[in-house]
Write a protein that binds this ligand. Sequence first.
Ligand code: DAT
Ligand code: MG
Length: 152
Amino acid sequence: MAKMEQTLVIIKPDAVQRGLIGEIVGRFERRGLKVTAMRFEQIGRDVAGQHYAEHQGKPFYDGLVDYITSSPSVLMVLAGPGAIQATRNTIGATRPVEAAMGTIRADLALEVGRNLVHGSDGPEAATREIDLFFGDGGVVDYERSLDRWVLE
Ligand code: DAT
Ligand code: MG
């Protein structure tokens, strides 16, 4: 079995406004990923700046922060074997027109600045982002009875 991991997902403001929360959460659930934290919140500019610190100074940065703070998001932690990569490839490539068919971004989005969902891009980012959004608590460790049918 791949290494058990946790990853941070943001269902971004465009997805919430478009009524796609259930569709997106459902795709992760159906894949077998386990929800271990979930919160509905409008991200503030300060936290958005910390989350997207790697992009500070890039031409799209201000628009990115405006977008992610414009309306509420759903913040989630997903757990499972290889959860970081599984989540990234369920989401699809950054630019929706380049994303593989069957991914969330290819199926439901068109523009890079309205690409619906965020997933941590590696173990260090996952740790940092889970700490940023759930460092004060909210990640729940629990047994899921169907796991013997999902995990080897
Ligand atoms: P991802 O969200 O796939 O991890 P990223 O971390 O490179 O992509 O960038 C974060 C977000 O910033 C991305 O979801 C959309 C936006 N973005 C990235 N590159 C961009 C670009 N060249 N023009 C406009 N927005 C961009
Ligand atoms: Mg990224």
